[in-house]
Design a protein around this ligand. Structure first.
Ligand code: AMP
Ligand code: GLY
Length: 432
């Protein structure tokens, strides 16, 4: 396969995708739109060049033109925003081969009510829930049931739309905020849901519409503070694979959750070609679905891709063509595990300071890789901070202690004012 690939997006996930695609055999060039200043890399032995282009992820006509100008053979769409407004549909209408669902399929993430309905129809294990469209309806339901429910804005809310209420007062406040417009249109409809308990894992499947390939399960760390405390973030670190999920557990999820979702989507006439991300809670009664996303997780993607062995470009291309069976094997590096630690800016997930110079002593060990997210070039060949999550350091090892050692050591050599790192990522699996 000779491939000229476009990755759409600008975060750490897209850097990891570009990096892994550039190393895939047969790839000639990887373009990223709009990308970020930390992503570009010249072609090196066994790797294609990565080049960023200043075309925004919401600029449909601009991206169509870019595909034509650069003779793109595969487009990989990273973030949920462009998937939800239908970028994949626009590009497909212009004859492009795209990895990423169209707007209809992306409703799995863009409407929690729509996703819940599909889960119920496909009879999969998930929390009981109610959809409400007014403040009165929501408060009546809470008072009728007499217990705090999880309150979720229906639409995309940048990861801030969910309140896991501990008290009735918290649940009521979340309802009031949503109907007062805290999430704009995304909060005009709410899903109220019973609370589930247990560890959470992210299970990602590469789908071709009918068939799918499960990647190793990963565990994210959503809270900003040590010991999983404080505000929810986009994700402060991850590790993979998750040792407490067996191959049998995964096979069970495949047959009771992932394949039924693809079937239910087909039943709605949706040919889902892209990532199906299941946020799973491992409850005492077994795994239950918390949510679906229509894209790679961030930072799960940064954690998972370096762990894989095979030709990612060929696999995503096969999925995009609806021919996963034709794809070459994509496996996990033998007896290796992966650790990913995110460095954020001071203040994240609230307002952050920006514009601080990033210094990097470089990597002498060769055991890790750094993926950049919220950065901008200084103009003098260096990078400065320009966002909430700045970068992710990923280390591989034969066990988690070694992998995290590599990831944290690499981070020690990178500095900027306000560098914010959780020191306990992977506490579940380190020292075991
Ligand atoms: P979501 O935006 O759907 O990913 O939800 C954000 C976070 O809220 C999840 O990662 C869970 O930690 C938590 N959450 C969502 N739904 C539930 C639930 N039914 N029970 C307990 N926690 C939940
Ligand atoms: N890391 C969680 C997410 O990407 O939704």
């Amino acid at each position: 396969m000779t491939a000229n690939i476009l990755v759409v997006g600008s975060g750490g996930r897209e850097h990891a995708l570009a990096w892994c695609l550039a190393r895939s055999p047969g790839v000639e060039a990887v373009w990223v739109a709009p990308g970020n200043g930390g992503m570009t890399s010249p072609a090196m032995e066994g790797s294609a060049a990565i080049t960023t282009l200043a075309v925004a992820a919401d600029d449909g006509p601009g991206l169509v033109k870019l595909c034509q100008d650069k003779a793109i053979t595969l487009v990989v769409i990273g973030p949920e925003g462009p998937l939800a407004w239908g970028l994949a549909d626009v590009l497909r209408r212009h004859g492009q081969t795209v990895f990423g669902p169209g707007a209809q399929g992306a409703q799995l993430e863009a409407s929690k009510a729509w996703a819940k309905q599909l889960m119920v129809e496909a009879a999969m294990a998930t929390a009981p829930s109610w959809v409400v469209t007014s403040r009165r309806e929501a408060l009546d339901l809470l008072h009728h049931l007499g217990r705090p429910l999880v309150v979720k804005a229906d639409g995309l809310a940048g990861g801030k739309g969910v309140t896991v209420a501990n008290t009735m007062a918290e649940a009521e406040t979340a309802v009031e905020r949503a109907f007062a417009g805290a999430f704009g249109q995304a909060g005009e409809r709410l899903v109220l849901e019973e609370r589930l308990e247990g560890p959470e894992v992210s299970v990602l499947a590469l789908c071709d519409g009918q068939d799918l390939l499960l990647l190793p399960p990963a565990q994210d760390h959503k809270r900003i503070g040590e010991g999983d405390t404080g505000a929810n973030t986009g994700g402060m670190g991850a590790y993979a694979p998750v040792p407490f999920l067996s191959p049998q557990d995964l096979e069970h999820m495949r047959s009771t959750i992932f394949l039924p979702v693809l079937e239910a989507l087909q039943g709605r006439g949706i040919d889902y070609r892209g990532v199906l991300y299941g946020g799973m809670m491992l409850t005492r009664e077994g795994p239950k679905v918390i949510e679906f996303n229509c894209r790679f997780g961030d930072p799960e993607c940064q954690c998972l891709l370096p762990l894989l062995e095979g030709n990612l470009a060929a696999v995503l291309h096969s999925c995009a063509l609806g021919q996963l069976a034709e794809a070459p094997p994509l496996t996990t590096q033998d007896s290796m595990v992966s650790a990913c630690v995110v460095a954020a800016a001071a203040g994240y997930p609230g307002p952050v300071r920006q514009g601080d110079l990033i210094t990097d002593m470089g990597d002498s060990s060769g055991h890790g890789v750094v993926f950049y997210a919220g950065v901008k070039p200084t103009g003098a060949g260096q990078l400065k901070t320009a966002g909430g999550r700045i970068l992710a350091s990923v280390g591989l090892g034969h066990d988690f202690d070694q992998a995290f050692d590599h990831a944290y050591k690499r981070l020690e050599g990178i500095d900027y004012i306000g560098k914010t790192v959780r020191s306990d990522i992977g506490h579940q699996v380190r020292g075991t």
